[in-house]
Design a protein. Structure first.
Length: 76
């Protein structure tokens, strides 16, 4: 028996974080793919294949920071 109070399971938090993880993986995959294709098209060193995913990661982290720093509407 567990005497601690457990909050009811909230599937919306789980779905939100699962979708965030999926967005990160897809965005990085697309950035790597686009970087490789552009580097082949320009006949250059694989610079964009390294830089584009870093730019995508920084944009995603900025988005996550902005979303998590906002107070929820029910926490006023």
């Amino acid at each position: 028996m567990n005497n601690k109070q457990q909050r009811p399971s909230n599937n919306s938090d789980l779905l939100r974080y699962a979708s965030l993880g999926t967005q990160i993986l897809v965005a990085i995959g697309l950035a790597v793919f686009a970087g490789i294709k552009i580097d082949k098209w320009l006949h250059t060193f694989p610079l964009l294949a390294c830089v584009l995913p870093l730019l995508v990661l920084s944009a995603i982290f900025y988005k996550v920071f902005r979303e998590t720093s906002r107070p929820k509407k029910d926490e006023y």
